[in-house]
Write a protein that binds this ligand. Structure first.
Ligand SMILES: [Cu+2]
Length: 553
């Protein structure tokens, strides 16, 4: 039975033709590619808005937009980045493509539900887009939709909130699919302690997606009810409390930061051993730390509310819990660095992005401790210090892990290689730009520059100028990275099945994989990152080259 291939080199069942081979596909690989283009579209929009915000803030007073547009712009940047890029990015694209293959399966457990998740993702995106041009225009509340302003503002909060609600549904169904797939589709030879770490990270993430997302879904619906029926849930005059909203919002949104970062950490746990040609250090510790983060991460939400008037006891408890979460996170960073210690490292673009991730995310994590401590947090709460912190964790972390995943699995997904030299230049530009962009913001925040303000005092000018220059470099670096990857479609330099010498199952099948993934039954290694075979093969190859050379001399 012949399989049809298409422009993006992903096979589809012969009975589906043309556009229907995409819109009705139930193949996890095709869905991954459909998510890739949709997510990159939103990323392109959100990073451009971020760039324009930075240009506006580069000098004092109005530059390219007025205060109303500025409020809508940072809200739009936040909503799109979080709900349409950072949360779905790695799980929906690389999780969909790679997870089933890593456990030896030919698809996820619920292929139809997987297709539905994609349509919910698209519907959520379109709703967000439509809310830009209808009902008073895009919300100006910030991505947190804090009450009472999100109830009183004339901007189009209901449609945007509904968009976030729909995207939450898509995220929950993807989580449900991944949990069931890992339990039911894994080949029987693969025990729990033989599952690759990317799949483990997605499994831990899926539990948070499934258990925490309903909280935000209900909370967002409450905003719509309040706007329609003004019940008074958040109105003190009617016995309500606006702080209730903040507790509900962060009960999801802090665990959500682990939905955002855990998949990225899983990517790094794949890349570091591959290019260190060495078994990952502390496999079990990394597995338990993923689950530990998923559990402990749901107990710290009120560290976003130290200045809300909560009791000292509550502040003490949430601060202590916040420090506890730092431990499993540090275990991962320690294990990645431990893996590279005395390893035979081969530099490649995916490894460069992975190393930049480790550095940027560590800065993000350490400044998280500054915010977790009530004494310092009360000083820098709602300033640009906070903006710098979460961009180091979410952009430096998840964003750069996304870039690492893109460069690591691109040959597998499309069967083509990209230009390394341009990839290195883009990664370097993006990293230098990133540092110039966000480091000044830590200082501006310590100096007291509040976030979300349209304008600022003269003493903040220099810092914002530097941040602006960094923003331009960062933007150019990322655009060059995307262009370089797209150019690989034109060059069509074929990729082999295992261009990196990886040992997880996706590297044992052709690039791109055939429709049902495996041409022969997959074999499972006792230990998921055992490079002894690869090294033996490399050593054998090396010695045969040597003998050939000696003979030719
Ligand atoms: Cu938090």
């Amino acid at each position: 039975m012949s399989e049809t291939t298409s422009f993006f080199n992903t096979p589809s069942p012969p009975q589906l033709k043309g556009i229907w081979a995409w819109l009705l596909t139930q193949d996890h690989k095709r869905l991954a590619v459909m998510y890739l283009w949709a997510v990159m579209f939103w990323f392109g929009i959100a990073i451009t808005i971020g760039f324009l915000i930075r240009i506006e803030l580069m000098s004092i007073g109005p530059t390219i937009m007025g205060p109303d547009l500025y409020n809508a712009a940072f809200t739009l940047h936040g909503v799109i980045m979080i709900f349409l890029f950072v949360i779905p990015g790695i799980p929906a694209i690389f999780g969909n493509f790679i997870l089933p293959i890593q456990i030896g399966a030919d698809d996820v457990f619920f292929p139809k539900l997987n297709l539905l998740s994609w349509y919910l993702y698209m519907a959520g995106g379109i709703m967000a887009l439509v809310s830009l041009f209808t009902g008073g225009g895009f919300p100006d509340t910030g991505w947190t939709f804090y009450v009472p302003f999100s109830i009183s503002t004339s901007h189009n909060v209901p449609l945007t909130v509904l968009a976030a609600f729909t995207l939450g549904m898509s995220s929950m169904l993807t989580g449900l699919n991944f949990i069931t797939t890992v339990h039911r589709m894994r080949i029987k030879e693969m025990g729990w302690m033989q599952i690759p770490l990317f799949t483990w990270a997605l499994y831990a993430t899926a539990w948070v997606q499934l258990l925490a997302t309903p909280v935000i879904s209900i909370t967002l619906l409450l905003i719509i009810f309040e706007r329609l029926f003004s019940i008074g849930l958040f109105d003190p005059d009617k016995g309500g409390d606006p702080l209730l909203y903040q507790h509900l919002f962060w009960m999801y949104s802090h665990p959500a930061v682990y939905v955002m970062i855990l998949p990225g950490m899983g990517v790094i746990s794949e890349i570091i051993p591959t290019f260190s040609r060495k078994a990952i250090f502390g496999y079990k510790a990394i597995v338990y730390s993923s689950m530990g983060i998923a559990i402990a991460g749901s107990l710290v939400w009120a560290h976003h509310m130290y200045t809300s008037g909560m009791s000292d006891t509550a502040i003490f408890v949430f601060s202590l819990l916040t420090f506890l979460v730092a431990i499993p996170t540090a275990v991962k960073v320690f294990s990645w660095v431990g893996t590279m210690y005395k390893a035979s490292i081969e530099m490649t673009p995916p490894l460069l992005y992975a190393m930049v991730f480790i550095y940027l995310f560590s800065v993000g994590g350490l400044t998280g401790l500054v915010l977790g401590a009530a004494g310092t947090d009360i000083h820098v709460h709602d300033t640009h210090f906070v903006v710098a912190h979460f961009h180091f964790t979410m952009f430096g972390g998840t964003g750069f892990a996304f870039f690492a995943a893109l460069h690591y699995w691109w040959p597998k997904m499309f069967g083509i290689m990209y230009d390394f030299k341009r990839a290195y230049i883009a990664a370097t530009l993006a990293t230098v730009g990133f540092m110039f962009h966000y480091v000044p913001m830590f200082i501006l925040g310590m100096m007291g520059m509040p976030r979300r303000y349209y304008d600022y005092l003269p003493q903040f000018s220099q810092g914002n100028l530097f941040a602006g220059i960094g923003g331009i470099l960062l933007f150019i670096g990322i655009m060059l990275m995307l262009i370089n990857l797209l150019l690989s479609f034109r060059k069509q330099e074929k990729a082999v099945a295992n261009p990196w010498g990886g040992v997880t199952l996706e590297w044992s099948i052709p690039s791109p994989p055939p429709l049902h993934n495996f041409v022969a039954p997959p074999t499972v290694q006792d230990y998921p990152y055992d490079f002894s075979n690869v090294l033996q093969k490399a050593a054998a190859q090396h010695s045969s080259v040597n003998t050939e050379q000696k003979e030719s001399e």
